[in-house]
Design a protein. Structure first.
Lengths: 401, 247
C-alpha cells in the first residue's frame, strides 16, 4: 500500500462536506475567517497581474522583495533570519510542513505532536513516511505540555516535534517556560522543532511576549524563533491565510537556519517549483499595507471570543471549557451525562453528527485532533457574530428539548 | 485610489517636493538596487546619526521609495492608503510643510525603488542625489535576463546623473553593478568580498549570535561583530561605514 492510501480526508473537511448536504446549516466547523481579503491586498495582486509580473515562475524560495520584507517584519519580533538563504515562501503552511518533513525524515522516524493538535499534521508526517506520536496536553492546566510525559515519548527514532502555537483546536498558548523546557529537550535529544505560528497575530491575553512589534497595542506571542541558541534546529512557520483572510491564496513561509533551508528548498522545488506568484505579490502587500486590517480583525476576534464564551457559559450544563487566549477556536468538553444521552462516552463524532443533523450546527468532533480530544468538540469563532448567535440559539433550543 | 486622482496626487506631491528640496537644499544620499535598500538605509542612518545627531539626518519611513512614496518620505508624511479623504489631508499637510516648515534635516538618505523602465527618470526628476549607493541588480524570476538589462539601464541613468563632486558606492561582487562605474563622472568607491574592492570584508564567520568579519578600507582595518545573519547585513554595515568615514 502506498503512503497516500493510508491518508483519509481531514475530519474537518468531512464535517464541512456533510454540512453542505443539509440546507440551512450554520457552520462553526472549518477555521476560515469570515472576512474577505483586504482591498489593499486585492488591488496589489490585480496590479501585479496587469503589469505582467505573475505569469512566470518566481525564484524557488520566492520573490526577493517579499523575503526581504518578511525578514524585516520578523526583526520587529526579535527573530533574525537571512532573507537570501533562510526564508522560503511556500504554498500554504501545510506545504512548508510537508516539505520540511520530506527533507528531514527517513521512513519510520517519529514526530511528536501535541494531543490535541491540528488534524492535518498527521497526514503531513505520514506522507513523508514518518510516524506521528501523540504527546497528551494537560487540559486542567490550560492545555499545557506535560514535560515529563513529553520526554517519556522520546525515542532514538524521534526526529522532530511539530506543534502549533497558539494551539489549534484549543486556542491556548504555550508559555515561555514551557517552550524553553521543550527547547532544552530538543537540544538534549537532538531533534528538530517545527513551530507553526499561523495564529500569532490573534493573541488576546498576556503570555510573556514583549510588545515591541511596531503594533504595540497588540499583545505579542513569545516564540522559540527568538532563541538564537536553537536556530539550527528550529523551523518557524507562518501563514497569511488567517491573519489576512487569505486562505484561498495558499501562501505562507518558513524560516530556518541556512543549512536546513537548503535541504527543504530542494523538496519545495520538487513539490511546487515556487509558491503562486500572484499570491506572493498579495503577501507582499499584506505585510506592507495591511496593519490596520490586522488590528481590526484582532479586535473583532476578541469580541467574538468573549461572545462565544458568554454563550458557552449559558450552556454550562452541557459543556465545560478552557477560555481561549488566542486564535479563533474554543474546545469545550462535552459533559459525560450529555454524551451518554446523545451518543456514548468516547463518541464525539456521533455527538457532532447529531448536532449537525438535528440542530443544524456544524462543529468538528474532538477525536479528529487526537485521542485526548475525544469527548470534546471544536467551535470556530472566526465566523460572524450572527453565525455564532444563530448556532448557539439553535443549540440552546436543541439541548432544552 | 482612482487612476485620475492618483495622477493628480502624484503630480501635486512631486511639485511640492521639488519646492521643499529647492528651499532647504539638503545633502542627498540615494540607495538603489534590487534588494537590501532598506537595511542599507537603516545602517547609514544609524551611523550618520551617531556622527551628526538625530535631527540632522532623515530617511524614508518604512520603504516609501516609489513615485508617490518618495515625495511622502521627503515631506515626512504618511500614506493616505486607500482612503480618498486621508489623501486630501495628506495633500493639505504637504502644502503646509512645503511652504511653512522651518526645520529640515541637512542630510537625507533615500531609497530609490525602481521596478520598470522610466521609473528612475521620474525619481531623478524629483531628487538629485550627490552620493549614490547601488546594492545589486538581481532578478525575481527564473528567466529574468531581459528584466535585468532594463534595470541596468535604469541604474545607468542614475550613474550618468551623478555630479562630478559626488560619490558612487558600488558593489563589486555584482558584475552588473561593477560595470556602472564606467558611466559616471563621480568618484567610485567599490565595496564587497571581491579582491578588487577598495572597501573589503574577509574572514566572514557565522556564529550563534550573528556574524564576525574583518573590514579593511583605506589603511584602516577593523574586526567587527554584528548580531544579524546574512551577507546583506554585512554589505549594509560596510556601506554605512564607508559613508561615515568619507562624508
Amino acid at each position: 500500500m502506498d503512503n497516500s492510501q493510508k491518508i483519509n480526508l481531514s475530519p474537518i473537511k468531512d464535517m464541512e462536506l456533510r454540512a453542505s448536504r443539509i440546507p440551512g446549516v450554520v457552520s462553526l466547523a472549518q477555521g476560515v475567517p469570515s472576512f474577505d481579503t483586504p482591498e489593499t491586498i486585492k488591488r496589489a495582486a490585480i496590479e501585479a497581474i496587469e503589469k505582467g509580473r505573475v505569469a512566470k515562475y518566481s525564484l524557488a524560495p520566492g520573490l526577493l522583495e517579499l523575503r526581504e520584507v518578511i525578514t524585516q517584519k520578523l526583526e520587529l519580533e526579535n527573530k533574525y533570519y537571512d532573507f537570501e538563504e533562510e526564508v522560503i515562501v511556500t504554498a500554504g503552511s501545510i506545504e512548508a510542513i510537508t516539505a520540511t518533513m520530506l527533507a528531514i525524515l527517513s521512513p519510520g522516524d517519529e514526530v511528536l505532536i501535541p494531543d490535541p493538535t491540528y488534524t492535518s499534521y498527521q497526514p503531513a508526517i505520514k506522507v513523508a513516511g514518518g510516524v506521528p506520536v501523540f504527546v497528551p496536553l494537560n487540559e486542567q492546566n490550560h492545555w499545557s505540555f506535560d514535560i515529563v510525559e513529553l520526554e517519556k515519548r522520546i525515542t532514538p527514532k524521534t526526529k522532530a516535534l511539530l506543534f502549533c502555537n497558539p494551539n489549534n483546536p484549543t486556542g491556548t498558548i504555550f508559555t515561555r517556560d514551557q517552550l524553553h523546557a521543550v527547547a532544552q529537550l530538543a537540544i538534549k535529544h537532538d531533534f528538530y522543532i517545527l513551530s507553526d505560528e499561523v495564529y500569532k497575530d490573534f493573541v488576546f491575553e498576556d503570555n510573556g511576549g514583549s510588545t515591541s512589534t511596531g503594533r504595540s497595542n497588540l499583545q505579542r506571542l513569545y516564540s522559540l524563533a527568538e532563541m538564537r541558541g536553537i536556530r539550527d534546529r528550529l523551523i518557524y512557520i507562518f501563514s497569511f491565510s488567517k491573519a489576512y483572510a487569505m486562505t484561498g491564496w495558499r501562501i505562507a513561509y518558513l524560516a530556518t537556519h541556512h543549512d536546513l533551508a537548503k535541504k527543504i528548498l530542494g523538496v519545495h522545488d520538487a513539490l511546487v517549483t515556487c509558491a503562486p506568484v500572484v499570491s506572493q505579490y498579495a503577501a507582499l502587500a499584506a505585510l506592507e499595507m495591511a496593519d490596520e486590517e490586522l488590528a481590526k480583525y484582532h479586535a473583532i476576534y476578541k469580541d467574538r471570543r468573549d461572545l462565544i464564551c458568554q454563550r458557552l457559559d449559558k450552556l454550562g450544563n452541557i459543556f465545560e471549557y478552557q477560555k481561549p487566549d488566542s486564535a479563533y477556536f474554543v474546545f469545550p468538553r462535552i459533559k459525560d451525562e450529555v454524551l451518554k444521552k446523545m451518543a456514548c462516552v468516547g463518541d464525539s463524532k456521533r455527538f457532532a453528527i447529531e448536532l449537525l443533523e438535528k440542530a443544524k450546527v456544524a462543529t468538528v468532533p474532538g477525536a479528529a485532533f487526537g485521542p485526548v480530544g475525544e469527548n470534546h468538540i471544536r467551535m470556530c469563532f472566526g465566523r460572524s457574530e450572527e453565525d455564532i448567535n444563530l448556532a448557539f440559539d439553535r443549540m440552546e433550543k436543541f439541548f432544552t428539548k | 485610489m482612482k487612476p485620475f486622482f492618483k495622477k493628480f496626487v502624484q503630480y501635486y506631491l512631486k511639485l511640492l517636493t521639488k519646492f521643499v528640496l529647492w528651499r532647504h537644499n539638503p545633502f542627498i544620499i540615494a540607495v538603489a538596487g534590487t534588494t537590501n535598500k532598506t537595511v542599507v538605509k537603516e545602517y547609514i542612518l544609524k551611523f550618520l546619526r551617531e556622527k551628526y545627531g538625530e535631527n540632522e539626518v532623515r530617511g524614508n519611513p518604512r520603504s516609501y521609495n516609489t513615485e508617490i512614496g518618495l515625495p511622502l518620505a521627503i515631506l515626512f508624511l504618511d500614506s493616505g492608503e486607500s482612503s480618498f479623504w486621508k489623501w486630501w489631508r495628506v495633500l493639505i499637510q504637504a502644502k503646509l510643510k512645503a511652504l511653512f516648515s522651518r526645520k529640515f534635516p541637512s542630510k537625507l538618505v533615500l531609497e530609490l525603488g525602481v521596478e520598470e523602465k522610466g521609473d528612475m527618470k521620474y525619481l531623478l526628476d524629483i531628487v538629485r542625489p550627490t552620493w549614490t549607493v547601488v546594492t545589486n541588480i538581481e532578478g525575481n524570476f527564473s528567466d529574468a535576463r531581459s528584466n535585468l538589462e532594463d534595470l541596468f539601464e535604469e541604474m545607468k541613468l542614475l550613474a550618468q546623473k551623478l555630479p562630478k563632486n559626488g560619490k558612487f558606492i558600488l558593489n563589486f561582487d555584482d558584475e552588473r553593478v561593477k560595470k556602472l562605474a564606467e558611466f559616471s563622472k563621480a568618484e567610485t568607491i567599490s565595496y564587497g568580498f571581491s579582491e578588487e574592492a577598495e572597501a573589503r570584508v574577509t574572514n566572514l564567520k557565522t556564529t550563534v549570535q550573528g556574524q564576525t568579519f574583518d573590514f579593511s578600507f583605506r589603511n584602516q582595518n577593523e574586526s567587527v561583530e554584528i548580531k544579524k545573519y546574512g551577507r546583506h547585513n554585512v554589505y549594509a554595515w560596510m556601506i554605512a561605514k564607508i559613508v561615515k568615514e568619507t562624508i
